[in-house]
Each structure stands twice: as structure tokens, then as C-alpha cells.
Design a protein around this ligand. Structure first.
Ligand code: AMP
Length: 351
């Protein structure tokens, strides 16, 4: 167990790390972060920030020296340079290796009985032509690595569209387009001993590939699919011997839950848990990686809506506070660039 007063290392400098560090501070831990990003937003709430390239071995070793445990907030942290952190990492980096490659991730989850959209690996135009014939259109071409929030994705409505796409110089995957009624996520926390808690599943609405809102109750259609999705998420967590918060995203379809992707970390669709659950995803992540017991994950209000605040909408975000049941979170990002997640607002709906 890492007792309060100990130091938690966070890989990544984004808003997830910021909110993790705030929970850690509440329980008396100190956080230090490691990020290559000079524009990080963890500095306000971390004791120290190492701004270095991921492959700076010396800096990574110096960082390791200062930490009692190290976790991550960013799932595309390259695994290879993490050698000096090996005995300190929670979760185990095998979770990163599995989730960083869409092909590995789908095969892994399929092996545990999950159902992803039909997919095929794409390394050439001939592969794409074959995949479109076998799987059909519409479909989505995605890079296997480094894509998030809809980046590195090209929708193909008819086979002819593919001719206009310059194939990226990176391995890709083609997925059949899933006709879904809703999207939802399962977010769970697991301790090293295998104890688990799971939060209620929100209905998630995306705009342009990026999460827009997460809402509870999620509605009967989603609720009818949550049990099966939770079983799968629990199996994924056990198979990885996972420690911390793990997220699986699903499409709710007429044929049941279709697995979309997993994130081995706290998740945007769980931000509502800060005010909307007895224990937030951030607090339970910190508890799990420090070897403490998990807190109750139950929802505390009859209705909840979390809305992401993106780009210039952040400039007048205080209007959210006109409703006394709404909580505003701004991540302290200096530039309100278009498409940049700047904050979120969580509205608790009491009647
Ligand atoms: P991803 O980054 O793969 O989670 O994709 C972002 C969003 O794009 C998803 O949450 C869906 O709204 C949409 N999307 C991705 N893949 C598919 C698919 N195979 N079928 C339908 N919609 C998809």
C-alpha cells in the first residue's frame, strides 16, 4: 500500500491527469507528472512536472526515483521507454499494449466473447478493396494506432469514396459501420486483489467523433444491454489483471451490445462521477493504484447530464452556473482552439 504522503507519478499532462491529481491531493498524496507537452494543464495541481520527451531515458529514470507508484492519464504513452518504471506502474503496461492497437484490442476482446463491428486489417489498397467487398459499405477506415476523438478516421459510404482517400502511411483497420440506437460506456475500477465496482452507464452522444454529452438515466434500450457489457468489461479487467479504472465503449444495437473500443484509464464519459456518484472515477483510480479499498460507485441524483465544453464555448462558460445544480469544470487551457476540450459541466437533475 502507498500511504497518504506518498508520491504518485502521472504520465501525461492533460485534464484527466489534472482531475486525478486533485483527487490524490484530497487524500494527502503528492503528484508529479511527466509529459512532453509544454502546454500541459497539470502544473496548477501537481508538485512538479517533468517536461521531457517520452524517450528521454535519463529524465524517465529521474522521474521514477521520485515516485512510489506511477500511473497514466494518456493511453498513447509509448510503452518501450517505460522500462525504468517497470516495478512502479499500475495498471500493468500490458493494458496499454492491448489498447493502443485497434486490431489487437478487437482480437483480445473477441477472444473473451465480445462482439466488435466486423473488421479487417488494412496494409494496402488491395486490402481495402477486399475488406469493402467482404464487410460491405458504409464503413470506417481508422489508423490502428494514435487515433482518438474521431481523429485518424475516414468514413466510406460507397466503395468509390475509397478512391479519393490517400491511405495513411501507417497500418489501418476497416470497420463496418454499426447501425446503433445509442452509445454507452462501462466504467469500472478494479483493485490488485480483484475487487471491482462499476458506475452506472450513461448514454453518450458524440458530435464529429468527439463526446458531446453523457446522460443518466440512459434509457431502457441501453439499460437492457448493460449487464452483458458489464460482464465483458469485468472479464477484460480480470484477463489483464487490471488495477485502476478501465473503460469499454459500446454501441447499443438491435442485436445487443457491440464493442467499440477500450480505454485503459479514466474516461471523459465518467466525468459526471465527480459530483454525480458517491465516489468519483478519479478517486477510485487513485485508491486502486495506491492499494486502498474502493469507494461506493453508486449514483447520487436521479438524473445527470455532463456536457463537454469545446473550443470557444469556454469563453462564456460561466453561464452554466445560472443553474445552481450545475457544476463547472474548466481545465485551465490557455488557447480555446476549435475542437479542443476546454472543460465540462455536470448538471444534477433532482426532479
Ligand atoms: P472511436 O474513436 O473509434 O471511438 O470513434 C469515435 C466515434 O465515431 C464513436 O463513438 C462513434 O460515434 C463513431 N464510430 C466509430 N466507429 C464506428 C462504427 N464502426 N460504426 C458507427 N459509428 C462509429
Amino acid at each position: 500500500m502507498i500511504t497518504p504522503g506518498g508520491t504518485i507519478g502521472i504520465l501525461g499532462g492533460g485534464q484527466l491527469g489534472r482531475m486525478m491529481a486533485m483527487s490524490a491531493a484530497q487524500m494527502g498524496y503528492r503528484c508529479i507528472a511527466f509529459t512532453p507537452d509544454k502546454d500541459h494543464v497539470v502544473g496548477d495541481v501537481c508538485h512538479d512536472v517533468f517536461v521531457n520527451r517520452w524517450d528521454d531515458r535519463q529524465a524517465m529514470a529521474a522521474f521514477a526515483q521520485k515516485c512510489d507508484v506511477v500511473t497514466w492519464e494518456f493511453e498513447n504513452v509509448p510503452v518501450e521507454p517505460l522500462g525504468p518504471l517497470e516495478s512502479l506502474l499500475a495498471p500493468h503496461p500490458r493494458a496499454l499494449e492491448t489498447a493502443q492497437d485497434r486490431l489487437n484490442e478487437k482480437r483480445f476482446v473477441e477472444g473473451l466473447g465480445g462482439t466488435p463491428a466486423p473488421y479487417a486489417p488494412i496494409d494496402s489498397r488491395a486490402d481495402l478493396v477486399d475488406a469493402m467487398e467482404r464487410i460491405g459499405t458504409p464503413g470506417i477506415l481508422k489508423t490502428r494506432r494514435d487515433g482518438y476523438d474521431g481523429k485518424g478516421q475516414w468514413r466510406i459510404d460507397v466503395a468509390r469514396d475509397a478512391e479519393g482517400i490517400a491511405l495513411p502511411d501507417a497500418p489501418c483497420i476497416y470497420e463496418g459501420f454499426v447501425e446503433f440506437d445509442a452509445e454507452f460506456s462501462v466504467i469500472l475500477a478494479r483493485t490488485a486483489k480483484g475487487d471491482k465496482v462499476v458506475w452506472d452507464s450513461t448514454a453518450n452522444v458524440h458530435e464529429g467523433g468527439m463526446l458531446h454529452t453523457s446522460t443518466l438515466p440512459a434509457g431502457a434500450f441501453v439499460e437492457g444491454q448493460v449487464e452483458e457489457a458489464r460482464d465483458l468489461a469485468g472479464q477484460v479487467a480480470d484477463a489483464l489483471n487490471y488495477i485502476g479504472v478501465l473503460t469499454l465503449e459500446f454501441f447499443a444495437t438491435a442485436r445487443g451490445p457491440v464493442f467499440n473500443e477500450m480505454a485503459p484509464r479514466v474516461h471523459n464519459s465518467g466525468h459526471w462521477t465527480i459530483e454525480g456518484a458517491a465516489t468519483s472515477q478519479f478517486e477510485n483510480h487513485i485508491r486502486a493504484v495506491c492499494g486502498l479499498p474502493l469507494g461506493d460507485a453508486r449514483t447520487v441524483a436521479p438524473g445527470i447530464c455532463m456536457t463537454n465544453i469545446v473550443g470557444k464555448d469556454a469563453l462564456d462558460a460561466t453561464h452554466w452556473l445560472d443553474d445552481p445544480a450545475t457544476h463547472l469544470h474548466l481545465y485551465g487551457k490557455a488557447k480555446a482552439r476549435e475542437g479542443r476540450k476546454m472543460g465540462h459541466a455536470t448538471q444534477l437533475i433532482w426532479e
